[in-house]
Design a protein around this ligand. Structure first.
Ligand code: SF4
Length: 367
């Protein structure tokens, strides 16, 4: 994937740092560069642009993160069947542009593509966590407010991340992506501590809604290559979108995946339905008015998000989880941001409490 950058901003204090050097060496020629004392104004929405969110994606800002790097997953709450995931925010926003992406609402006021140059502080936070809970296992992901690998050719951050996590015993890193940018990973030894996960969608969803991402077949091929290189691999069928041919297309996608990758090499699957807060739904429909994937008749669910009608959603979840379990009995499959009642309906049992599921997933890679 090629970055389309209009401008790069670097905070003065990082101008001679290793990250600035790496990014500036690899920038496409001709991109204007500006040094600033504080990158925050450059990250704010430029409302004079017709699409300030898209314009933000084209403004890369290398800056200090001024709040903690580590936090609980924003999807986590007592309401949902969650996996006890911790989020490490090393960047904010993403060079791809998925029509359903929650960032359209979440970072609408600060859509600049921020890369945090003081990322070494994140390692200190992780070490403090391990000191506080030395007997627990944690799964830590970098793919929440940005795709984990979409900017790796510029930053080379995965090299340091894998090196750090490979030396840990009770921290597992999850790199979550829709790209096939895996070259940096292939010559490293993750020593059982790194999972690379892909969000997978049928070709129809990719073509209509996942702009600038890698095609599903390329993602699956990349997964096979990182599995061969010693990484755990996992998949997120999320968001599952209930368009008319969805059942057929998602099953074909799973068949293709299992034909390419031995199911025994997969650490887990998560499944989640399309969910749109009213603000996100309005922003997405405004930005992508012709996208048929956004034209479904969702209903307002008790959590305040528009979701596919429950029986239809449950039917898709059941069909997909049954196909996965038929191919790989015993493989961990869980629902993301769905109620405990939905989990009982699909799996016949309530989900394990978040911390327990998180530990199980973190350990699964090493067992
Ligand atoms: S790849 Fe992920 S973070 Fe990037 S635009 Fe798509 S949904 Fe958003």
């Amino acid at each position: 994937m090629k970055f389309e950058l209009d401008r790069v901003f670097v905070e003065e204090e990082f101008r001679d740092g290793p990250m600035a050097r790496r990014i500036l060496e690899r920038l496409p020629p001709g991109v204007p560069l500006e040094y600033v004392a504080d990158g925050r104004p450059a990250a704010m929405a430029d409302r004079s642009q017709p699409d300030s969110f898209a314009a933000g994606k084209r403004r890369l800002i290398l800056m200090r993160r001024r709040s903690p790097f580590l936090m609980a997953c924003p999807a986590g709450s007592g309401e949902f069947a969650c996996c006890g995931y911790l989020v490490l925010t090393l960047a904010s926003n993403c060079p791809m542009d998925c029509a359903y992406c929650f960032l359209q609402e979440y970072v609408a006021d600060n859509p600049g593509f921020q890369v945090y140059a003081n990322y070494a502080d994140a390692f200190d936070e992780l070490q403090a966590l391990v000191r506080k809970a030395p007997k627990r296992n944690f799964r830590v992901g970098t793919g929440e407010l940005a795709d984990s690998l979409a900017f790796d050719t510029l930053t080379g951050l995965s090299l340091e991340l894998v090196d750090f996590f490979a030396r840990q015993r009770n921290l597992t890193l999850e790199l979550k992506t829709k790209t096939d940018e895996i070259e940096n990973l292939l010559n490293l030894d993750p020593r059982g501590q790194v999972i690379v996960s892909w969000t997978l969608s049928p070709h129809a969803v990719f073509a209509s809604s996942e702009h600038r991402s890698a095609p599903p077949a390329a993602r699956i091929d990349a997964a096979r290559r990182v599995a061969d290189a010693g990484y755990g691999v996992a998949f997120h069928l999320d968001p599952v979108i209930a368009y008319p041919e969805a059942e057929r297309d998602y099953l074909q996608l799973l068949d293709h995946l299992f034909a390419v990758l031995d199911p025994s090499r997969i650490v887990f699957f998560s499944i989640g339905g399309l969910r749109l807060s009213p603000g996100l739904r309005a922003a997405a429909r405004r930005r992508f008015p012709a996208d048929p994937m956004l034209a479904g008749e969702e209903v307002l669910a008790p959590d305040g998000r528009y979701r596919t009608f429950t029986p239809l959603r449950a039917r898709l979840f059941r069909t997909l989880s049954e196909r996965i379990r038929r191919q790989a009995p015993g493989l961990a499959v869980y629902l993301c941001m769905e109620s405990s009642a939905m989990s009982e309906r699909i799996f016949g049992a309530p989900p394990p409490v978040p911390a327990v599921l998180g530990e199980r997933l973190a350990q699964a890679r090493r067992s």
